[in-house]
Design a protein around this ligand. Structure first.
Ligand SMILES: *[C@@H]1O[C@H](CO)[C@@H](O)[C@H](O)[C@H]1NC(C)=O
Ligand SMILES: *[C@@H]1O[C@H](CO)[C@@H](O)[C@H](O)[C@H]1NC(C)=O
Ligand SMILES: *[C@@H]1O[C@H](CO)[C@@H](O)[C@H](O)[C@H]1NC(C)=O
Ligand SMILES: *[C@@H]1O[C@H](CO)[C@@H](O)[C@H](O)[C@H]1NC(C)=O
Ligand SMILES: *[C@@H]1O[C@H](CO)[C@@H](O)[C@H](O)[C@H]1NC(C)=O
Ligand SMILES: *[C@@H]1O[C@H](CO)[C@@H](O)[C@H](O)[C@H]1NC(C)=O
Ligand SMILES: *[C@@H]1O[C@H](CO)[C@@H](O)[C@H](O)[C@H]1NC(C)=O
Length: 462
């Protein structure tokens, strides 16, 4: 049987979110328009000439593509705060463009992954700290997966109109509007491809952008919890700051072209600081890295970019946003644990790690070892079923019982086999609690071994 306990620290969830989907767009380099890949052509500072940026970019394109020129291949022009464009090119055209004296770099429009941020209390910024009224003039530009405007964290009660310096806008639709907390919002998708789970508005359908925006600048929301877990006050670092939303991440990831377009706008819109929790698994050359380029032009306008350290640790050299003109923030651990108790029939208890939102109501359930419940008709033996691999368990044996498995898994197999709960044991790190579809506790091998001995010592174990 199991019960949940957490330490009483204020609400803050560590989300290790990432979107990993293979890229559907990269074809071979034949010359038909559709087979061309999209590239970023980066040209440094904002153009000073009278000629508009877009026509300058079209002229350059015409020069390199000649009779194959199509204005439709120009997907976006950066022009508000720096110079460059997004364009579909063949490999030969890339070489010609890269050789032009006005071009700094040409690099493929690649996809980045979402990262996340971490609790203010843990950083030593307590809730009671004295705040100043200037904080309400701070505009935090958040480049992420959008925002869920109905969240209580973005309630604008008590907020005046946006600061006068704000020049941005809100992409209003039937189901999205801004307020005096979320003062601007816009979405970016240069290739115009939207998948089924994508919402074509600044609305967040992933959760990551809402999480990062509220972590940076969400208002205080008391009694926040996950089904009673982690009860406390949810709040951002600067609860009275304003939020400007730049949605650049979609169900297939976050593309360089959209990240750069958002930087271009955020800088021109008048944000004070940019928060971006996005990155590659490994660092890229600065001239080929949309975040490094965007952050560079931001700091030229006095706007600091705050990057996430990423989720690739704890190995060495796993931070991808490393430009010296930006700030990267990494969390090395968390300051509380989500524990789920396991109580045996001999009254011994063990505390495992999991985000367990289920309550077994103090009822004791029989225990069974996964290794003793193989799906024999499916040709599985104990070597498989001890790990509770997919299809490896016999539902007739595990139904209504708590299953002990020898490795951390998703809990899916015991769930489908009708188990009442799962205890998993292995030597893995226990610093991040995960959630599962049924009552679950994750133990070390010492505790797991004790449970196995207990099961061996009695024929009537619970
Ligand atoms: C236009 O495309 C054709 C292939 O379809 C290629 O042979 C030709 O060199 C291209 N022209 C220019 C000016 O790039
Ligand atoms: C930048 O990208 C271009 C185009 O893919 C590539 O040729 C170049 O080697 C890259 N530079 C670095 C330093 O990675
Ligand atoms: C907008 O869409 C979301 C998600 O589908 C829904 O929860 C919300 O109620 C909608 N709001 C309005 C005003 O239609
Ligand atoms: C376990 O504790 C309960 C309540 O304290 C007690 O009634 C029961 O006899 C104990 N069982 C064993 C096996 O010690
Ligand atoms: C047993 O294994 C077979 C083969 O993988 C599978 O088709 C079947 O669904 C499994 N039975 C159960 C109850 O999981
Ligand atoms: C389980 O089956 C595999 C091959 O299918 C075999 O290598 C292994 O020894 C078996 N394990 C047991 C405990 O019989
Ligand atoms: C439980 O008993 C079996 C054989 O009866 C033995 O192989 C196994 O090592 C025992 N496990 C523990 C943890 O005592």
């Amino acid at each position: 049987m199991m019960a949940s306990k957490i330490s009483p620290d204020p609400f803050c969830l560590l989300l290790l979110s990432s979107l990993i989907i293979t890229c559907p767009l990269l074809g071979s380099s034949t010359v038909s328009q559709d087979d061309r890949k999209s590239y970023i052509v980066y040209m440094g500072d904002r153009p000073k000439s009278e000629l508009s940026a877009s026509s300058l970019h079209l002229n350059m394109l015409q020069e390199v593509t000649g009779s194959n020129f199509s204005s439709k291949s120009l997907l976006h022009s950066f022009k508000r705060t720096f110079n460059g464009f997004v364009v579909k090119l063949s490999e030969g055209e890339v070489e010609k463009l890269a050789a032009m004296s006005s071009v700094v770099s040409v690099f493929p429009n690649r996809k980045k992954k979402l990262h996340t941020t971490r609790s203010w209390d843990f950083m030593g910024f307590p809730q009671e700290v004295q705040r100043t009224t200037v904080e309400s003039n701070i505009i935090v530009g958040v480049l992420d997966s959008g925002i869920w405007p109905e969240s209580e964290s973005f309630n604008d009660a008590g907020f005046g109109p946006p600061p006068i310096k704000w020049k941005g806008s809100c992409q209003v639709s039937s189901n999205f509007s801004c307020n005096n907390k979320i003062i601007g919002a816009k979405y970016y998708r240069s290739d115009g491809i939207f998948y089924q789970s994508d919402v074509k508005s600044p609305r967040d359908s992933n959760g990551h952008g809402t999480h990062t925006a509220s972590t940076a600048a969400g208002g205080s929301v008391s009694m926040a919890s996950l089904y009673g877990l982690a009860m406390g006050t949810a709040r951002g670092g600067v609860p009275s700051a304003r939020i400007a939303v730049y949605k650049v991440c979609w169900s297939d990831g976050c593309w360089d072209a959209d990240i750069l377009a958002a930087f271009d706008d955020a800088i021109a819109d008048g944000v004070d600081i940019i928060s971006i929790s996005i990155g590659f698994p490994e660092p890229r050359d600065y001239f080929n890295d949309s975040i490094a380029i965007g952050a560079f032009h931001a700091i030229k306008y006095g706007i600091l970019t705050s990057n996430s350290g990423g989720n690739e640790g704890p190995g060495l050299a796993t931070i991808s946003n490393i430009s010296p003109w930006s700030l990267s923030v990494a969390a090395s651990t968390i300051d509380r644990k989500f524990l789920t108790k396991v109580l045996l029939g001999n009254n011994k208890t063990y505390e495992g790690v999991s985000i367990n939102t289920f309550d077994l109501q103090n009822v004791m359930y029989p225990l069974i070892y996964g290794g003793d419940a193989p799906n024999i008709t499916g040709n599985f033996n104990s070597s498989y079923s001890r790990f509770c691999f997919l299809n490896s368990l016999d539902p007739a044996l595990v139904k209504g019982k708590i299953v002990l498995c020898d490795a951390l898994g998703s809990g899916r197999e015991p769930f489908f086999a009708g188990a009442a709960g799962v205890v998993m044991q292995d030597e893995g790190a226990k610093d991040v609690a995960k959630s599962f579809p049924l009552p679950f506790s994750y133990l070390g091998t010492r505790e797991g071994g004790n449970i196995l001995s207990y099961m061996n010592s009695t024929s009537n174990y619970l």
